[in-house]
Design a protein around this ligand. Structure first.
Ligand SMILES: CC(C)(COP(=O)(O)OP(=O)(O)OC[C@H]1O[C@@H](n2cnc3c(N)ncnc32)[C@H](O)[C@@H]1OP(=O)(O)O)[C@@H](O)C(=O)NCCC(=O)NCCS
Length: 152
């Protein structure tokens, strides 16, 4: 398994959009699959934010995705953020998300950031295991989320 910037595999942008819309569409009022597609096109970067990454399996098929973005929580002044970490069910529990998270951390560090943020309602233990620290919990658009940070 290896992780590459999505810009190296633009053919996978459609799958990344479909996963993201299915998983987080409800958190973004007014979002459509078309808007998600357009946003992904804006993440085709290598050394500037935002960057989408994809994890590739041995057959070079997509087995996960994650992004480094500037803003994530509406109105929150902190940045940048690790976001959109997704691994399809059949590939979970093999360390793919962990590899994606480390890649995003490395990219943020390389670009010059010394701190990275994320929020999650589903996987705080995954990030704790990777050295992330829990900050506040809050209600965000009807969901209880945990905000976390990592010093890079
Ligand atoms: C959350 C999610 C990204 C995790 O992906 P994953 O690839 O299964 O994550 P990893 O394999 O790196 O780690 C998951 C767990 O498997 C364990 N694990 C890793 N490699 C393993 C292996 N070879 N054998 C058994 N377990 C393993 C890890 O210790 C970790 O345990 P934890 O949950 O207690 O921390 C995935 O379940 C997902 O996409 N969920 C839906 C979207 C979502 O919730 N995204 C997070 C939003 S912030």
């Amino acid at each position: 398994m290896r992780v590459v910037p999505l810009v190296e595999r633009p053919d996978l942008a459609e799958q990344v959009s479909v996963w993201g819309f299915g998983e987080w569409g409800h958190l973004n009022p007014g979002q459509t699959l078309d808007r998600r597609r357009a946003k992904i096109q804006g993440k085709m970067n290598v050394d500037r934010v935002p960057i989408a990454f994809v994890a590739l399996g041995d057959d070079d098929g997509i087995v996960g995705t994650a992004s480094l973005i500037f803003d994530d929580l509406d109105g929150d002044p902190r940045n940048p953020w690790l976001a959109s970490v997704y691994v399809p069910v059949e590939h979970r529990k093999k360390g793919i998300a962990s590899a994606l998270v480390r890649t995003v951390e490395d990219a943020a560090r390389r670009i010059g950031y010394d701190r990275l943020y994320l929020f999650t309602s589903t996987a705080p233990s995954l990030y704790e295991g990777l050295g992330w620290k829990a900050l506040e919990q809050r209600d965000y658009r009807g969901e209880i989320i945990q905000v976390m940070e990592k010093s890079l």
